[in-house]
Write a protein that binds this ligand. Structure first.
Ligand SMILES: C[S@@+](CC[C@H](N)C(=O)[O-])C[C@H]1O[C@@H](n2cnc3c(N)ncnc32)[C@H](O)[C@@H]1O
Length: 283
């Protein structure tokens, strides 16, 4: 047993070693986020899917399909290694197109969720959601949390410091600077597509509900899908005024956009839906 790090707590060498590993894990976990982002940008899941029945690809075939310089092969290998470790792709012994035994990459349930153009009939791709969460301005705001917390005179959120306009996330989203708002809306809508498999497998969860409020429901994708599955359902999208203004032309008999602030009050309903409303509250 090692001597204590402070007077009150005995910390064993094993505990310190595990603590060190834990630090590494959290310090470097952004590498998996960024490797995932590059896989979406490069369309690697579709490339693997389009390999036909085996749905596996060797590293050199991937280099060729991506049309990247062969000098980048080893770097791509490292990116793929991170993604295999993160459960985005599989890596096992298989066969390349020349029927030679080689290590090949395959799809996992996570990368199947990134397939586009109808390659996955179960759900639309959540790729736009991955990219929207990892927008540079959003990631920058996370960098600023520590400094922002220390300064009482700093603006209301770290996000205000992260953009040149000095706006909060939702103001910036509404202003649609450089298409940020459009990309975020597309990202949120793509994530809402996962409701398709919820409805397929857990439809009974919604039975008996006649009214539903989607708090922070944005463009109303979830409500529209729910109304399609349950035509008797009356849904409200409860969101900030600028969101409601941009979407209220989509009001129907069953779907109403209602403006308000969820921190003040939420309209009554049989069921209240919250999706991806808390994550962004860190910044
Ligand atoms: C990250 S988006 C999630 C959108 C949608 N729930 C989804 O998952 O696709 C958060 C939503 O919450 C809305 N929002 C933010 N602050 C709000 C507040 N105080 N009251 C109501 N809605 C709010 C935003 O305008 C945005 O549409």
């Amino acid at each position: 047993m090692m001597s204590s790090i402070n007077d009150n707590t005995i910390t064993t060498t094993q505990q310190l070693s595990l603590g060190y590993v834990n630090l590494y894990k959290h310090m470097l976990s952004y590498a998996s986020s960024m490797a995932l982002k590059s896989a979406v940008e490069l369309g690697i899941p579709d490339i693997i899917f389009n390999k036909g029945k085996a749905q596996t690809i060797s590293l050199h075939e991937l280099v060729s399909a991506l049309q990247i310089p062969p000098s980048r092969t080893n770097f791509l290998r490292r990116v793929m290694r991170v993604l295999v470790h993160s459960g985005i792709f599989t890596n096992e012994k298989g066969y390349n197109d020349d029927k030679e035994e080689e290590e090949v990459y395959g799809l996992t349930p996570s990368s199947k969720l990134l397939l586009t153009n109808g390659n996955n009939s179960e759900v639309p791709s959540v790729g736009p959601f991955v990219l929207s969460v990892l927008e540079p301005v959003t990631v920058t705001a996370f960098h600023l949390i520590g400094n922002w917390l220390k300064n009482e005179d700093s603006p209301a959120t770290p996000f205000h410091l992260a953009n040149d306009d000095g706006l909060g996330l939702y103001e910036y989203w509404g202003k649609n600077t450089d298409g940020f708002g459009d990309r975020l809306n597309e990202g949120m809508e793509s994530d809402s597509g996962t409701l398709k498999f919820v409805l397929k497998n857990f439809k009974s969860t919604f039975e008996g509900i006649t009214t539903l409020v989607d708090v922070g429901g944005n463009t109303g994708t979830m409500c529209k899908m729910l109304i399609e599955a349950f035509p008797h359902l009356k849904c409200s999208v409860f969101d900030l005024p600028y969101v409601v203004e941009a979407n209220s032309h989509n009001n129907t008999e069953n779907l109403k956009f209602i403006e308000g602030d969820m921190f003040q009050t939420i309209p009554e309903a049989d069921a209240i839906l919250f999706k991806v409303c808390v994550y962004f509250d860190l910044i």
